[in-house]
Write a protein that binds this ligand. Sequence first.
Ligand code: HEC
Length: 184
Amino acid sequence: MNAYEFNKIAGALLTALLTTMVIGFLGNALIHPKKLDKPVVVIEGVEAKADSAAAAAPAVLEPIAPLLRTANAEAGKNVFKQCAACHTPDKGGRNAVGPNLWDSVGNKKARTAGYAYSNALQAAAAKPAEEGQWGYERLNAFLANPKAEVPGTKMTFAGLRKAEDRANVIAYLRSLSDAPKPLP
Ligand code: HEC
């Protein structure tokens, strides 16, 4: 191979290289790729699974009605010791940290006169019919986990974990009335 031929080959390679580079630059300059905000292909089941896991998280509360049939108001009075730090049970009793609880069961929520309820509980009381009342199941849910039943309530009580305790204390609360409501 003489020098002339070598130059020809080198020149050809160089031209090819330059052409490729120029085309590359031109291509980038002319077309602006845009990244997608969302994937176009949704893979079935991936997100649905995450949703159902979240839905399964809150514990399902068993209805209290069957337990109320055998509940014991005397035992409930004992459970009420945990409530007495904030509530009085007697007719015309004073409001303390929490409202007096005379005649609450089966009546409208947030009805004790002279007590400054939270906006959350007042809003709950404004709901129509049974939603706005302390029926047995609503009371059960509230006493199990006040903040879950009425988000924003100012009753800072963790809740009664044992269904039996809730049934007994509800039986006791029911007895705090001149005319106790019928059992469910
Ligand atoms: C640390 C204080 C505290 C303890 C302990 C407590 N509560 Fe309360 N409770 C409150 C407050 C405060 C409110 C008012 C909530 C609001 O306005 O959001 C309330 C509200 C209530 C209501 C709603 C009354 C109404 O007029 O609508 C019931 C029923 C109730 N409590 C029952 C109980 C029972 C039963 C217990 C014991 C198992 C208990 N509470 C323990 C502070 C307490």
